[in-house]
Design a protein around this ligand. Sequence first.
Ligand SMILES: [Mg+2]
Length: 259
Amino acid sequence: MPLLHLRGTGLGVVEAVLFDKDGTLSISEPQLLTLAQARVLLCLEATDPEQRSGLRPLLERAYGLKASGICPAGITAVASRDHNLIATATALVQVGMGWPEALALAERVFDQADQADARRAAATDPPQATSATTAGLLPWLQQLQAAGVPCAVISNDDMAGIEHFLASHGLPPSFPALWSAEHRPRKPDPAAVHGVCAELGVVASRCALIGDANSDLRMAVAAGIPHPLALGYTAAWSIPPPLAEPHPLVHHWDELSLG
Ligand SMILES: [Mg+2]
């Protein structure tokens, strides 16, 4: 079985590699920024003028929207759609709306923002990839494939989002197992790692997991992945993610090799 190296240092033997998607396989920031800004605007349009001035900063802080981009540890970047929806309804309650109305408005706004997102994607011919792959990803996946190391995606995106991203880059052959927000339990429950490992026919203690959030790295270690094989990936965001030391950090895929 191959040994995974980072910048020439051996980290451990790997039988499979599990990848987070957003901010690890994909440069998701531009699309997430557009989506979060659309949600803010749709919420503001649907609320009373006296609620708006208070609502905008609440939503922007909740979503992790900054002048320079998106906070990579914030809920837009890390959390599932339904957790973002609950955070939105919570902001609406804070400007005086009742909970049933807040939840209903958040659901309506999220549906409208998704429809606008789908229209943008469909407006290009052929349909546009949702987001670009991170720099140097394809040669790294080819290296893993050549060494017979299967890969999986473990993500809080839904299955359609994962499959669309992979298909738009010709990547499905590299990923025989997918674990989405619709799987149970979902990320960051360590049992999600065990679930996807079972699909690959491997044990967690002989896998690496690469992600851009501390929740990914904590989940990996709790699932039994050796600490040096729970790797933080930093290169997908304009604001580098605040990853906990001493997890090894990958700044470019060409820093990884198999031997
Ligand atoms: Mg991520």
